[in-house]
Design a protein around this ligand. Structure first.
Ligand code: SF4
Ligand code: SF4
Length: 222
C-alpha cells in the first residue's frame, strides 16, 4: 500500500517536536568548556626534576615520538678522599603529539614518576610541525595535572613522600639552628669573631653536603 501523501513530512516533524522538548547534550565549545573527568588523557606533562634520563620512556614508546638529549656531568666527591660521581643532565625532552597515540606506556614505564597525564587538551596547531612540544611546554602542562586522590584512612605513607618530608624537616631544622645562632660581633672584637666562627662549624652534620639536600632523588640512582 502506498504511503499517504505528506506522511513523511509528518513523521519528520514529529521527530523534530520530540527532540525539541529534550535537554540538549551538545555544548557550544569554545564558549562553553567541556566538563571533563579529572583523569582525562589530554596531554603529557613532564616533571623534569624527577627525570634521570634513563631513556626507558623513549625506548618503550611504540611511535618513537619522544626525543631526549642529555650529557654527563661529574660531581666532585662529597668528602675528602671520596669518589667522584657522574650523573645525566637533561638537555632536551620533546614529544611529537602528531605521532603520539595516547597509549600511556611512557607514563606507566617511567620508574621515577616524571611523566603524568594532564587534562589539558587545547593545543591544536595549524602546522603539524608545531605539534612537537619541548620540555618548557611539557613542564607548563605539569602544573595542570590534578592532585592524586587521597590515601585510604590508615594507609602507609608512600616512600617517596616520607623521604621528601624527612629531607624537608632536616633542612628546616638546619635553617632554624642557623637562624638561632647569635650574630657575629663587630670587627673591633677579633677574639669574639673567632668564637662565633667556631660555633658555626657544627651546624652542618658530617657528610651532609649541599648536593645531598638539594637533590635527594638524584642520589642513589646512579
Ligand atoms: S602516550 Fe604512547 S605514543 Fe604517546 S608518547 Fe607516550 S608511549 Fe609514545
Ligand atoms: S622514563 Fe622517566 S626518568 Fe626515564 S627518561 Fe623517561 S621521563 Fe625520564
Amino acid at each position: 500500500m502506498a504511503p499517504l501523501p505528506g506522511s513523511g513530512l509528518a513523521k519528520g516533524l514529529a521527530v523534530t517536536l520530540r527532540t525539541m522538548t529534550k535537554r540538549s547534550v551538545t555544548a557550544q565549545y569554545p564558549d562553553t568548556q567541556p566538563d571533563l573527568p579529572p583523569r582525562t588523557r589530554g596531554v603529557i606533562g613532564l616533571f623534569e626534576e624527577n627525570c634521570t634520563v634513563c631513556m626507558l620512556c623513549a625506548r618503550e614508546c611504540p611511535d618513537w615520538c619522544i626525543y631526549i638529549d642529555s650529557h654527563k656531568e661529574t660531581i666532585p666527591a662529597a668528602t675528602p678522599g671520596g669518589r667522584e660521581r657522574s650523573r645525566n643532565v637533561l638537555d632536551r625532552f620533546a614529544i611529537d603529539f602528531s605521532l603520539c597515540m595516547y597509549c600511556g606506556i611512557c607514563i606507566e614505564v617511567c620508574p621515577f614518576d616524571a611523566l603524568f597525564w594532564s587534562p589539558e587538551f587545547e593545543y591544536a596547531e595549524t602546522d603539524i610541525h608545531d605539534l612537537t612540544h619541548e620540555r618548557d611546554k611539557l613542564r607548563e602542562w605539569m602544573w595542570t595535572v590534578p592532585a592524586p586522590p587521597a590515601l585510604d584512612p590508615g594507609a602507609e605513607e608512600p616512600k617517596e613522600i616520607a623521604a621528601a618530608r624527612k629531607a624537608a624537616e632536616k633542612l628546616a631544622a638546619q635553617q632554624q639552628a642557623a637562624a638561632a645562632e647569635p650574630a657575629a660581633p663587630a670587627a673591633t672584637e677579633p677574639h669574639a669573631r673567632e668564637q662565633a666562627r667556631a660555633a658555626e662549624q657544627p651546624t652542618r652534620p658530617a657528610g651532609a653536603s649541599k648536593q645531598q639536600t638539594d637533590q635527594p632523588r638524584q642520589e642513589g640512582r646512579e
